[in-house]
Design a protein around this ligand. Structure first.
Ligand SMILES: C[S@@+](CC[C@H](N)C(=O)[O-])C[C@H]1O[C@@H](n2cnc3c(N)ncnc32)[C@H](O)[C@@H]1O
Length: 229
């Protein structure tokens, strides 16, 4: 999957939608570069100091979950990666509206951005309602793959956490199988309600709202990065 091997993974899905409003465009031009990552990420200290946990959301859409978590946890540093311009613009508006100083945003493919992150640099990762790609011929487009789970295992520190959410039963089973097959993660669920009901600290997302309206059941799968694997 790696750009290191000389070819970048192909990104499927929308890069942008309707034209941005003037305020959104200004924030994309002026605030987004200031919230981005440093050019060189030599070690974790460049992203967050040792005492500050670092949480990442991949594919945050319009940012409802990321922004609410950042408001709830001012002592945690957040990074959100999302290639969709219009979603990014909405998140930028929220960062400005709430004057958040603990959020960094990157408009790109997370698989490429994360290659630059040091081992064990993340305390928590959220992958909420990734594009389901339900057709059999499109399954390879799914974000969760054996290679990407290996990358997550490299990035999340031992004892750190990974949350996956989906409304698509096939993707739920797919993600569970791929994440457990890797061997680096333990599923925290002790009973069916632990995954059937959304986790207590979950913040509903825009996509999730649409899924529920359409009558689809949503689940969260929570994992802990094991100490050795
Ligand atoms: C179905 S939407 C869900 C958005 C949001 N998490 C929610 O629940 O409302 C999936 C999102 O993942 C983003 N995405 C797809 N591939 C990605 C990648 N390789 N890196 C980062 N984000 C990605 C898409 O742009 C899209 O916004």
């Amino acid at each position: 999957m790696s750009g290191k091997e000389g070819h970048a993974p192909r990104l499927f899905g929308r890069g942008k939608g309707h034209a941005l409003r003037p305020r959104q465009q200004k924030l994309v031009d002026e605030l987004l570069p200031r919230l981005g990552l440093p050019g060189e990420i030599t070690d974790r200290a460049v992203l967050a100091n040792d005492e500050t946990p670092l949480w990442l959301e991949i594919g945050f859409g319009s940012g409802e979950h990321l922004i609410t978590q950042a408001q709830r946890h001012p002592d945690i540093n957040f990074i959100g990666i999302e290639p969709y311009l219009n979603g990014m613009a909405k998140a930028l508006c929220a960062v400005e509206d709430h004057n958040l100083g603990n959020v960094r945003l990157v408009r790109d493919d997370a698989r490429i951005v994360l290659e630059r992150f040091p081992d064990a640099s993340l305390d928590r990762v959220f992958i909420l309602f990734p594009d389901p790609w339900p057709k059999k011929r499109h399954l390879k487009r799914r974000l969760i793959s054996p290679e990407f789970v290996t990358e997550l295992a490299r990035l999340i520190r031992p004892g750190g956490r990974l949350r996956f959410a989906s409304d698509i039963a096939h993707y739920q089973a797919w993600a569970l199988a791929h994440i457990l097959d890797n061997g680096a993660f333990a599923w925290t669920a002790k009973c069916a309600d632990d995954w059937r009901q959304m986790a207590q600290d979950h913040v509903p997302t825009r996509y999730e709202g649409k899924a529920r309206k359409a009558g689809r059941a949503c689940v969260t799968l929570d994992f802990i990065r094991k100490s050795c694997a």
